[in-house]
Write a protein that binds this ligand. Structure first.
Ligand code: S3P
Length: 182
C-alpha cells in the first residue's frame, strides 16, 4: 500500500528586498505547494496594513502578531512561506521554523538590497532620518541569525535560478533524489 506523507514546508528568510516573496511564489508553483506570505496573513488578521499597525499599535504589537502567525504557519505542511525580514531574529519563531520546515536564507550584499528597498513607502522601518545607516546596522545584526538557516542561496541571481537551487537543496534535505522520476 502506498502511503501519502505530506511534505515538509519551505520557509524563506532574509533581509527586506532579498526577494522572499517572488522566490516563494516560484518555488510553490514548481512544487505545487501553497504560497503564503506571513506579512499578508498579519495584515489580514489585523485588518490593516503593516505600515498602519506600526503607526497605530507600535512595532511591539506587530512583532507579537508576527510571532503567532509565523509559528502557526511553521506547523503546516506543503507551504512555501515568505517570512517577514525581522521574524527569524525572534528565538521562538526561529526554533519553530527550524524544527518543522526547510529554512533557506536568501543572501545578498547590503548595497544590492538597499537599491531595491530605498524609498519604499510600504516599509515602516525605512522611514525617517538616517534610514540607510539604520538598515546597515540591522543587516549586520541579523546576519548571524539568518546564517542559522539550513541552506543559504545567492539571492542576486534571477528568481528562476534561485528557485531551482532551493528545490535541489530541498530534495537533498528531505532525502528525495528526484520526485519527477517514473
Ligand atoms: C520587516 C520586514 C518586512 C515586514 C515589516 C518588518 C523587518 O517584511 O515584516 O515591515 O523587520 O525587516 P519583508 O522582509 O517581506 O519586507
Amino acid at each position: 500500500m502506498t502511503r501519502f506523507k505530506p511534505m515538509k514546508s519551505i520557509a524563506l528568510v532574509g533581509f527586506m528586498g532579498s526577494g522572499k516573496t517572488s522566490v516563494a511564489q516560484r518555488v510553490s508553483d514548481m512544487l505545487n505547494f501553497r504560497y503564503v506570505d506571513a506579512d499578508d496573513v498579519v495584515e489580514a488578521r489585523a485588518g490593516k496594513s503593516i505600515a498602519r499597525i506600526f503607526e497605530e499599535d507600535g512595532e511591539g504589537e506587530f512583532r507579537r502578531m508576527e510571532q503567532i502567525v509565523t509559528t502557526q504557519l511553521a506547523a503546516a505542511s506543503e507551504l512555501c512561506i515568505a517570512t517577514g525580514g525581522g521574524s527569524f531574529v525572534n528565538p521562538n519563531v526561529r526554533a519553530s521554523l527550524l524544527s518543522a520546515c526547510f529554512v533557506v536564507f536568501l543572501d545578498a550584499p547590503f548595497d544590492v538590497l538597499w537599491q531595491r528597498i530605498a524609498g519604499d513607502p510600504m516599509r515602516p522601518l525605512l522611514r525617517g532620518e538616517g534610514a540607510r545607516e539604520r538598515m546597515r546596522a540591522l543587516y549586520d545584526e541579523r546576519r548571524p541569525f539568518y546564517a542559522q538557516a539550513h541552506a543559504r542561496v545567492d539571492a542576486t541571481r534571477p528568481v528562476e535560478s534561485i528557485a531551482l537551487d532551493i528545490i535541489e537543496r530541498y530534495r537533498v534535505h528531505v532525502g528525495v533524489a528526484d520526485s519527477t522520476e517514473g
